[in-house]
Design a protein around this ligand. Structure first.
Ligand code: SF4
Length: 247
């Protein structure tokens, strides 16, 4: 008989509210309400990660008419797809799923091979372009604003993420709202535990940041938050282009 105890769930391990959590929550609710009031054409981009399930939950609680969209790259973990199905079944949100052109994906894989993303950064970025950036552009067509789960604590590249980001307005005409910008990872899990929000079980298995299956691994104690994303590349390259800010 085994005496191994299962690892604690992410909600048990990670929930730890900041001293000023309630004021951060009020600020987040205010940002979301203001965004909804100021933009008729606005959507939430959801990766179905912890931050995004928090935001979707708040949209439903606040009864804001904001559509949620998910980019199904064709390479997501089955746990992520199962969470998407559960969310759709609740009917709490209008959820759009945007996918890449399957003919283009088939042609890309036939030309470069499944493993090319590990050998050439340019091809990895090209895969992100095809499977993420093009469906993202489709999802955001006609929108004047979008909502993301970016937090300052996630990486050095995100350390100055503002609650309301106008840096894209010159190029895309869109405002980006980051209502969790000041939340800690402990705040996120405190809220998920308190509100009993359904989440991706990969978080229980030490995946803090979840993307496509071939490009995401669990992290070890002490590793940076995004160490499991494109782990074979330099730290400075660890974005897929979705959140590159204009200078
Ligand atoms: S994260 Fe990996 S599999 Fe997903 S689109 Fe980018 S390179 Fe392709």
């Amino acid at each position: 008989m085994s005496h191994l105890r299962p690892a604690p769930r992410a909600t048990e391990r990670l929930a730890q509210a900041s001293a000023d959590f309630e004021s951060k929550l009020a600020q987040t609710q205010d940002v979301l309400s203001t965004a909804s009031r100021e933009h008729a054409a606005i959507k939430q981009a959801s990766s179905l990660g912890a931050e995004d399930v928090v935001i979707s939950h708040l949209l439903a609680e606040l009864k804001l008419p904001i559509t949620v969209f998910v980019l199904d790259t064709g390479a997501l973990h089955h746990q992520t797809l199962a969470l998407l199905e559960r969310q759709q079944a609740t009917k709490r949100w209008v959820i759009e799923v945007h996918r890449p052109e399957s003919a283009q994906v088939i042609e890309w894989v036939a030309r470069h091979g499944q493993l090319a993303i590990y050998d050439h950064m340019a091809l990895r970025k090209d895969c992100c372009r095809l499977r993420k950036l093009e469906p993202l552009a489709q999802a955001l067509q006609g929108q004047t604003a979008w909502i993301t789960g970016l937090r300052r604590e996630q990486s050095e590249a995100r350390a100055d993420v503002p609650l309301v980001d106008h840096s894209e307005t010159g190029t895309t005409g869109r405002t980006k709202y980051n209502p969790l910008a000041s939340w800690t990872w402990g705040d996120v899990w405190h809220f998920i535990a308190r509100e009993q929000i359904d989440y991706n079980p990969l978080h229980d298995d030490f995946y803090p940041s979840i993307g496509c299956a071939p490009c995401t691994r669990a992290i070890s104690m002490g590793e940076p938050f995004r160490a499991g994303r494109w782990w074979w590349e330099d730290e400075s390259a660890k974005e897929c282009g979705l959140h590159v800010r204009a200078a």
